[in-house]
Design a protein around this ligand. Sequence first.
Ligand code: GLN
Length: 205
Amino acid sequence: MSNSRFENLIIGVLALQGAFHEHAVALEKCGATARKVRRRRDLAGLDALIIPGGESTTIGKLMVSYHLLEEIKGLGAEGLPMLGTCAGLVMLAREVVDGDQPLLGLMDIKVRRNAFGRQVRSFESALEIPALAVPEETVAGPFPGIFIRAPWIESAGLGVDILAEYDGHAVAARQDSMLVTAFHPELTEDLRLHLLFLGMIKVRS
Ligand code: GLN
């Protein structure tokens, strides 16, 4: 399904480690252009950026060594919309429980890594996400949440909207132009989460 509403958008996908390719495919299906980001110069002229799942400690270290951490922090502070999934949610957080690792710190959330425990490292659950009623998509009903060694949001500031919960824990949230999920929308065929994100982008004139 292509969507002409998004055809002029160039969305960066941080491609240092993790599930970046799947995000690029989902973006193209939504009608946007995906650009893999590995160097600082890849950030020029983006309309938004996705920080994918993977291993947040590794992604953070690589962002430091590629001189991307401060640069992306600055773009976020200027209002560049960002979607963080799983490890990407961790990267966007202000704080990690019991952790000391490089973070972007752009969202007022405190997160717990690998929060669902060793017994249930990976699972799928149908999630109710009322915010997903996006005009482009006719699909309704719960969203297939794929959790892989997922974090949860332990606490959030007043400016943060919690969009979904699993077992009483916040697993998706939005703050201004930042959107995060503890699960992996890019590993499903369901484009509603990506469409919600693209709809949050105000096109600069
Ligand atoms: N456990 C990973 C982390 O904390 C996230 C896992 C994932 O992105 N699937 O970085």
